[in-house]
Write a protein that binds this ligand. Structure first.
Ligand code: SAH
Ligand code: SF4
Ligand code: F3S
Length: 472
């Protein structure tokens, strides 16, 4: 496993070398002309895919929505749970059929699955129709891997890389002119006992504050209204470098003139008073925090190696709400962790009831090979697991409805992202709290932050209309 000493920013020369290969590919008549990029997993992967797309376009390829027609199909995979993996694998296997008809098709597999021990070797051996593969630390190598695949250097095309890189300066194809992701740190050192991320994304490594801020400034100058900062545990930003901490970064970013800042994910154990104070003070920071609780049972939290207790979590929630009264909290919750009793599970229900999350992602525990929890006894019967997750979902849906109902009649501000798909007479966007909102307003407000009065609610969304000014 990589140690901290192995963290090495990719030298500018290496990026330049890859860019030279990209230009070479662009000149080749036998290059794929179109690409079809399939993305699984979290925002990190969504962000990585924007980088991959940026590089593919530099190589002269255009996006193709129909995979049956694309010259290159690239899968950016996720291995956080078994079902994520199975879905990706099913589609990867399926491309064999397309390749039978069009042998010139190139198929690539990248992302977190590719970084798992032994995966690339197995993939290369069992699926000869796949042409190349690389892990999330080697995104910058896409041109080289593609060239290796085009020239039949199979071993190089499947070479396993390190997971300790930090790269700067890659092109990026953003999905919206108003919204951008920015990675602030790579990797995770937390080793929650169920989680594969530290095994596939390597140790924590923070980008330099200066780099992040100047990138943000460029985005603001280009018209970006909202930036989502990404990291597996953004609260530990700067711990590896001994440099500025996350609250310092938020403060510096606030001075770029960005209208909205969001970030994810925050770990409750590292949510400091200093960070809460900065969130309250900084007008750009949205009144929203995704704060995964995972469980409401101290016994389960200890077995999960989360390193906080239920009381600690509840105390942090109180501190947040005291500093930012209208903050919306969202969470991730896992049911059926090994050894979870009915009482443990009820503690999770009661935590959800007590905190009243705006919404929560709920997961059935999925054993991941190489993690500590995979070796624990006390696997929960799948029927029991299903019954528990359904109870948790039903409870959270009730809470979400009640929270939304409580917002009706209040004012909010919404970043108008575009026309509503369901009703093109309406605009759609998110409130500062992160809740989806459809509202009537002039279409020329798209791309702007619009004050609205909330007039109604659906099960997960708000309805609203434009007003002159948001109440304080
Ligand atoms: N770094 C983030 C998110 C990581 S993955 C964090 O710490 O919150 C997103 C969510 O997937 C986790 O919060 C957890 O709820 C869930 N998850 C991760 N591994 C899982 C597993 N093996 N089984 C079920 N859910 C899992
Ligand atoms: Fe996984 Fe825990 Fe790291 Fe999140 S903090 S990525 S759940 S190990
Ligand atoms: Fe999945 Fe990797 Fe994200 S495992 S959840 S894509 S960090």
């Amino acid at each position: 496993m990589a140690t901290r000493d192995a963290v090495r920013p990719i030298a500018r020369e290496e990026i330049l070398r890859q860019q030279a290969i990209a230009r070479e590919i662009r000149e080749r008549p036998d290059r794929p002309l179109t690409y079809h990029l399939v993305t699984y997993g979290c925002q990190m992967n969504a962000h990585d895919s924007q980088t991959l797309a940026g590089m593919l376009e530099e190589m002269g390829m255009a996006p193709e929505a129909d995979r049956e027609k694309a010259g290159l199909i690239l899968f950016n995979t996720c291995c956080i749970r078994d079902n994520a993996e199975r879905r990706a694998m099913g589609n990867i296997v399926f491309t064999r059929k397309i390749k039978r008809v069009r042998p010139e098709l190139l198929v690539g597999v990248c992302g977190c699955m590719a970084q798992q021990e032994g995966f690339q070797e197995r993939l290369s051996r069992r699926y000869p129709h796949v042409d190349f593969s690389f892990g999330p630390g080697e995104i910058y190598q896409l041109p080289q891997r593609l060239l290796d695949a085009m020239e039949g250097r199979r071993e190089q095309a499947f070479r396993r890389g390190e997971d300790s890189t930090l790269y700067e300066g890659l092109p990026i194809l953003r999905s919206s002119p108003f919204f951008a992701y920015q990675t602030v740190m790579y990797g995770c050192d937390n080793f929650c006992s169920y989680c594969v991320v530290p095994l596939v994304r390597g140790r924590e490594r923070s980008r330099e504050l200066k780099q992040i801020v100047s990138e943000a400034q460029r985005l603001v100058d280009e018209g970006v209204q909202e930036i989502m900062l990404l990291g597996q545990n953004v609260n530990s930003y700067g711990r590896d470098t001994g440099g500025p901490r996350f609250e310092d970064l938020l403060r510096a970013l606030g001075q770029t003139g960005i209208r909205r800042l969001r970030f994810m994910t925050s770990h409750p154990k590292d949510l400091s008073d200093e960070l809460i104070a900065e969130m309250a003070r900084n007008p750009a920071v949205c009144p929203h925090l995704h704060l995964p609780a995972q469980s409401g049972s101290d016994r389960m939290l200890a077995a999960m190696n989360r390193r906080y207790t239920r009381d600690w979590y509840l105390e942090r929630v109180r501190a947040l709400r005291q500093a930012i009264p209208h903050i919306g909290l969202t969470s991730d919750l896992i049911v059926a962790f090994p050894g979870e009793t009915e009482e443990d599970f009820e503690q999770t229900l009661s935590l959800a009831r007590q905190v009243r999350f705006d919404s929560a992602f709920t997961f059935i525990y999925s054993p991941r090979s190489g993690t500590a929890a995979a070796r624990l006894p006390g696997r929960i019967d799948p029927e029991v697991a299903r019954e528990r997750i359904l109870r948790l979902i039903a409870l959270q849906e009730d809470i979400t409805r009640e929270v939304l109902r409580g917002l009706v009649g209040q004012t909010a501000s919404v970043l108008a992202e575009g026309l509503s798909k369901r009703d093109p007479g309406q605009l759609t966007g998110k409130t500062g709290r992160g809740i989806a909102c459809n509202f009537s307003a002039d279409p020329d407000r798209i791309g702007q932050i619009v004050p609205v009065l909330i007039t109604g609610q659906g099960s997960k969304t708000l309805k609203a209309r434009q007003i002159e000014k948001e109440n304080p």
